[in-house]
Design a protein around this ligand. Structure first.
Ligand code: NAD
Length: 259
């Protein structure tokens, strides 16, 4: 087992990519905190993990709320004694042309992706520094490196996570911290299912055309990235044995974006 007895605090882990990471980390021996806005789904996911023999707890957390983040990380340490891995994954998508983008939607999206990453990082680092180390994994996107139509705040936030990651890697390095970003292509989770009809309406295409000609057009095989593809990379970052792999961002997108 690659993560035996490690404690992982994973945001947005009641659905999609975060949930798959929780399942894979639990299988590798980690104890898991599912920190998600959706309390019922967080508890259901924790129950699912427990039924397969893992230790897991679901917590209702809005990652944009400073008190809730602080309290849930404290509760994590109280429950499991430590926090070794932060996966800052919670996210949403809102699509509009820039000229029609509401300021409140802009701020909401930036808050979840960037304030959420900052608040969870700060809360976990305090404990990780005291323990002598830890791993921080941010859920970026191909949109951390590339732009697409209609996604101004998402592209902005995902690029921003790379800056935060590099800073955490430098500041935290002497304290045993490693920080990295995963940059997935399109993964068929509820976040993407919602976008397909929205983009079809805005771009004047059918949903099939959005999938084929917008989302997967530049991939090498016309395939979606899977939650399993992303969780495999998360496990690599969480378990890599040395400081050689820190401050990096790895694209996992079926060749959509090549560096
Ligand atoms: P998802 O909608 O399946 O899951 C997102 C989870 O985040 C949900 O459980 C939701 O309740 C939770 N959440 C939303 N706002 C929250 C908040 N304020 N506080 C706490 N939890 C909150 O989406 P997903 O596709 O699994 O996305 C997970 C991450 O992966 C996001 O950061 C997303 O930007 C990123 N990502 C997704 C794709 C994709 O194609 N699906 C591609 C690249 C990156």
């Amino acid at each position: 087992m690659k993560l035996k007895d490690k404690v992982a605090y994973i945001t947005g882990a009641a659905s999609g990519i975060g949930k798959e990471i929780a399942i894979v980390f639990a299988r590798e021996g980690a104890r898991i905190v599912i920190a998600d806005l959706n309390q019922a789904a967080a508890e259901a996911t924790a129950a699912e993990l427990k039924s397969s023999g893992a230790q897991a707890v679901g917590m209702a957390v809005d990652v944009t709320d400073e008190q809730q983040v602080e309290a849930s990380v404290e509760a994590t340490v109280k429950t499991f004694g430590r926090v070794d891995i932060l996966v800052s994954n919670a996210g949403i998508q809102i699509v509009h042309p820039i000229v029609e983008f509401g300021f409140s939607d802009w701020k909401k999206l930036l808050a979840i992706h960037l304030d959420g990453a900052f608040l969870t990082t700060r809360a976990c680092l305090k404990h990780m520094y005291a323990q002598g180390g830890g791993r921080v994994i941010y859920m970026g996107s191909v949109h951390s490196k590339e732009a697409s139509l209609l996604k101004a705040p998402y592209v902005t936030a995902k690029h921003g996570l790379i800056g935060l990651c590099k800073t955490v890697a430098k500041e935290g390095g002497p304290h045993g911290i490693r920080a990295n970003v995963i940059c997935p292509g399109f993964v068929r989770t509820p976040l993407v299912e919602k976008q397909i009809p929205e983009q079809a309406r805005t771009l004047g295409m059918t949903e099939t055309e959005v999938v084929k000609n917008v989302m997967l057009k530049e991939t090498v095989d016309g395939e979606f990235t899977t939650t399993d593809d992303v969780a495999t990379v998360a496990l690599l970052f969480a378990s890599f044995p040395s400081n050689a792999l820190t401050g990096q961002s790895l694209v996992v997108s079926h060749g959509w974006f090549m560096q």
